[in-house]
Design a protein around this ligand. Structure first.
Ligand code: PGA
Length: 252
């Protein structure tokens, strides 16, 4: 049985006052519940330390939104996997569509990022997903297949074992348009089938595949009931403790 994972991607949002309020709110809500999911928040780098102390005695884990693909050196403004490990970070998002778009991240770079994270025992949350014209043209399976093969297929099985995949159709991110339960489920089943074909069924049955793209407190329960959806990567609705808590609580 795969345990659900609910991951919040805060992107470039929140300030320290908002974070303090968020933390006390979510901690008091979680106090009286036994969530059926692993909980992860990926804040901007500069707030990781603040959240680390706020969440020190909770089961909320922290992750980064990005890592550099090099080990160290002259890369002004960048953060390495060793630095994340140094502050005890265990998770990192890789290949979010916003970074692919604005930072032109290539498949080769994404593979290198995953290798860097693996060397520091940090679990990558690898994002994939098609754009609207690709879906409208009926190419969505092919696009996602290429993204997955292009980044993951050269990696050894022990690296793949540490990965969580997040399927995030670009047309659903921040738009309020969620993929239907069936659209999401059929893509998740397809991804699991690809992983099974390459790395075997045991690994494929163990790997978590999250859905992302306008997940809200209203649609999470139904999405998370689908057999191949193992939780969510949540942007907008993770910024408020109330909605994030409701999404966590949707995990049955
Ligand atoms: P959203 O973002 O929930 O605001 O659509 C999801 C994401 O980009 O990970």
């Amino acid at each position: 049985m795969r345990k659900k994972l609910v991951a919040g991607n805060w992107k470039m949002n929140q300030n320290s006052a908002e974070i303090s309020l968020f933390a006390s709110d979510i901690l008091s809500r979680l106090q009286d519940s036994t969530p059926n999911a692993d909980i992860l928040i990926c804040p901007p780098f500069v707030y990781i330390e603040q959240l680390k102390s706020l969440f020190a005695h909770s089961n909320i884990q922290l992750g980064a939104q990005n890592v550099n693909n090099n080990k160290n050196g002259a890369f002004t403004g960048e953060i390495s996997a060793a630095m994340l490990s140094d502050i005890e970070i265990k998770w990192c998002i890789v290949g979010h569509s916003e970074r692919r778009k604005y930072n032109h991240e290539s498949n080769t770079e994404l593979t290198q990022k995953i290798e860097q994270l693996f060397s520091m025992q940090i679990n990558p949350v690898f994002c994939c997903g098609e754009m609207l014209p690709e879906r409208n043209a009926g190419n969505h399976f092919e696009v996602v297949k290429k993204q997955i093969e292009g980044v993951l297929w050269d990696l050894p099985e022990d690296v793949i074992n540490t990965i969580t995949i997040a399927y995030e159709p670009v047309w659903a991110i921040g738009t309020g348009v969620t993929a239907s339960n069936n659209q999401a489920q059929e893509m998740h089943a397809f991804i699991r089938m690809l992983v099974s074909g390459k790395f075997g069924d045991t690994l494929a049955q163990n790997i978590r595949i999250l859905y992302g793209g306008s997940v809200t407190a209203d649609n999470a329960s139904e999405l998370f009931l689908m057999p191949d959806i193992d939780g969510g990567l949540v942007g907008g609705a993770s910024l408020k403790a109330e909605s994030f808590f409701q999404i966590i609580n949707s995990c049955k």
